[in-house]
Every structure is written in C-alpha cells, then in structure tokens.
Design a protein around this ligand. Sequence first.
Ligand code: AMP
Ligand code: MN
Ligand code: MN
Length: 328
Amino acid sequence: MTDPIPTIAPPPELLDALESARRPLLIAHISPDGDAIGSLTAMGYMLYRMGKDPILACQDKAPNTFNFLPFYDRITQNVDGVNADLVIALDSSDPTRMGSIYDEAQFADLPLIVIDHHITNVYFGDVNWVEPGCCATDEMIFHLARALNETLDEALATALLTGIVTDTRGFRTSNVTPAVMHITGQLLDAGAPLAMITERTLDTRSMALIQLWGRALDTVELADGVISAVNTIDMRRDLGGLIRAEGLVSFILGAEEAKVAAVFTEMPDGKVECSFRALPGYDVAQIAFDFGGGGHPPAAGCTVDGDLPGVRREVVARLQEVVRTKAR
Ligand code: AMP
Ligand code: MN
Ligand code: MN
C-alpha cells in the first residue's frame, strides 16, 4: 500500500546541523500563536529527547492558553549570555519576526536555520527549509521527526497537533489535505487530545476579549467587498492592557458581502498592526508583504507606521483593489 502521507524531506544540511548541535537556540515569532508555540515546544521536546540541551525562546510571553504543552515552563524571554551553538527560527518569514531574541552581536556568528511555511519567507538563514504547501510549521516538524526516526509520544503529538489545529482554525482552511488528516490520525493514535486542544486554543476566550470584540464590532465598515474594524488604545484601556482582538478578523470575514477582512490595532508606539483574511481565490499575502509584513494568501499581516484612520484608509483602498482585480 502506498503511504498516505507523502514524504516531505528536510534538507540534509538541516539534519547534519541538528546532529552536531549540542545547545540549539529555538526562536518562535513575536506575538506567538499556536503554531509558533507548538513548533517551539515540539522542536524543544524532540531535541531534548535526542540528548541535546535546547533553549526555547520567544520575545513575548507565551499565552497561558498553551500551558498544557511540553516544556511550556522552559520558554524564556531572556537569552542574555546563553552559550548556544546553533539558532533555529520557527514559523518566522523574516528576521524581524524573531524580535529582540535574535541579538546580532551575540548570535550572528552561529549558523541560522529557518523552518517556516509562509509563502512570503525571505530566506534569511544559512539553511532555509520553507514549505508553503504545509498548513503549519508543526506539519513540517512532523516530517522532520519522521526523517529523524523519532517516535511520536503523547507530548510530542500534542505539540504538533496544536500548531495544525490553530493555523487551520480547526481544519477549516483549504490547505488541509488528506495528508494533514492522515498525520492528524497518527497524532491522535499517539494520544494527542484533539478536543481539549480545540477547546483551549480556539473556543476559550477571556471576558475582556469578548468585551473588546463588542467595542470593535461597533466600528465595522464594509465597502466594495472589504470589511474592516479597529481596535483602539482607548477601547482596551480598562481591559487589562494591550490585548489584541483575537479571532475577530476571521469572524467579520463571515459577512455575506465580504471577500476580504481587516482588523487594525492601534499601538502605543505610533504604529498600527494590520491583520488580514481573504476568501479562497483572493490573496492578502502580497499586500501584507508590500507593507513590510507577510503571511499566506488567505491570512496575512503587517505593521504600518501612521495614525489609525490614515492607515485604515490607505490599506482598505489597497485591499479593495485586490477585490476589484479578482472580480474582472
Ligand atoms: P494574524 O492575523 O496575526 O493571525 O496573522 C496571520 C498570518 O500573517 C500569520 O501567518 C502570521 O504569521 C502572518 N503575519 C502577521 N503579521 C505579520 C507581520 N507583521 N510580518 C510577517 N507576517 C505576519
Ligand atoms: Mn504563526
Ligand atoms: Mn504557522
């Protein structure tokens, strides 16, 4: 019988580098999502099992939501003075995604490996393993585990499934192939708790987030197929700090008239974080990339200098062009 999971082979240089590393520094992207933390903990746990002494790092604190993952408590925000011998960037499409963790002075002399699935990846490593066809970086780590003959145990399977579940919003995106479902079957066989992962990472939200959604929904506008909303500093002043309107952009894309959705988050440093989603057939990755960000055709983001109304106006106009171009 043919294997229902076609091989996706990591580059030999990656396998060699892992083989000889003793203290690899693993970096997940800033404002980490489930795939960033899932691939960070899966790699960290697997490398530890292989007898390495990995450092798991992320500039921003991993949300408590993910505290069921192996080595969650080992994730550090401070790598001053660590004696790493290899750096691995995970789920990161360009060097800025590593944030303050990648200190040039400290790490520029070490080999840098990039493991990522974003189509906008700029190949910033010495070895770049980029698979835009994969639904999650965690899907790539599954293939890496296979190439290394590493067995799936419950902890590894849980970390791998977390990235797959979150990046596909619960198997709802068009990059969920039969192979992804076969991989998921193997992860379930190994004991990964799908229902718990889904419940914790997709269905549980804080009361503050629900209140923020309420306020942001009041700002929704729809024109020429583009729906957008804003999350202002004022709106979240009494909600316990800088919270993002997690999940809102996918929700508003559900409007019948919308082809593309955007949420604009006002930041205290005079920048605006933009989060985009698109229906199949529309590409928001290119626009995000043009504005210095990145992502996938149906889900992308960028951070733009400027005031909130100005950025919203400029970016929405560009997104409307995307919709018009496709309609022709
Ligand atoms: P989000 O809207 O934050 O869930 O992000 C959607 C997708 O776009 C994810 O794959 C992110 O990794 C990517 N993305 C978001 N913001 C940026 C950015 N500033 N630069 C590069 N990629 C981004
Ligand atoms: Mn991510
Ligand atoms: Mn990802």
